[in-house]
Design a protein around this ligand. Structure first.
Ligand SMILES: [Zn+2]
Length: 140
C-alpha cells in the first residue's frame, strides 16, 4: 500500500513541478500588464483567436490571480494584481477553448471542472501562451 502512495505522490510532485515550469516559461519576460495597453492587447488577441463575435468585458481586481467567467452570455476577465501582458492571451485562450463556459451545477461538476483545469485546461493554455509569446511580442 505504501509503495502505491509513494508512487502517486512522486507522480503528483513531478506534475506540480511540470506545471510550475510551464508557468515560469509563460510568465518569463512578459511585462506587467499596463492598464492603458489592455484594449490594444485584447483587440490583437481577439483577432488572432477569432473571438470577434464574443462579448468580452474586463476589469482589474485586487485578487492575486486572474480568471475568466461567463455570465449571461458575456465573458468577464478579471485581471489580478499579478497580471502580465501574457495573461491577456492566457485568459482569451481559455475563452476560445470554452474552458470557462458553463459546465453545469452541483458538487460533482465542480470537482470535475477543478480536475479538468488542473490536468488539462491550465497546461493546454500555458503551452499555447508559450508557443505564441515570442511571435506576438513583435507587435507591441
Ligand atoms: Zn488559466
Amino acid at each position: 500500500m505504501s509503495k502505491l502512495i509513494i508512487s502517486i505522490s512522486l507522480l503528483l510532485l513531478a506534475y506540480l513541478l511540470f506545471l510550475g515550469y510551464l508557468k515560469f516559461q509563460e510568465r518569463k519576460n512578459s511585462p506587467k500588464l499596463d492598464k492603458t495597453k489592455v484594449d490594444k492587447l485584447i483587440l490583437f488577441y481577439r483577432n488572432q483567436l477569432n473571438l470577434k463575435n464574443k462579448k468580452i468585458h474586463y476589469e482589474f481586481t485586487n485578487k492575486k490571480q486572474s480568471n475568466s467567467e461567463l455570465k449571461n452570455g458575456i465573458y468577464f476577465i478579471k485581471f489580478g494584481k499579478s497580471a502580465l501582458e501574457i495573461t491577456v492571451l492566457h485568459e482569451l485562450f481559455h475563452i476560445y477553448r470554452g474552458d470557462c463556459d458553463n459546465h453545469g451545477k452541483g458538487i460533482f461538476n465542480y470537482v470535475r471542472i477543478r480536475l479538468l483545469y488542473f490536468f488539462l485546461f491550465e497546461p493546454r493554455t500555458m503551452i499555447h501562451s508559450i508557443q505564441n509569446k515570442t511571435i506576438n511580442q513583435q507587435h507591441f
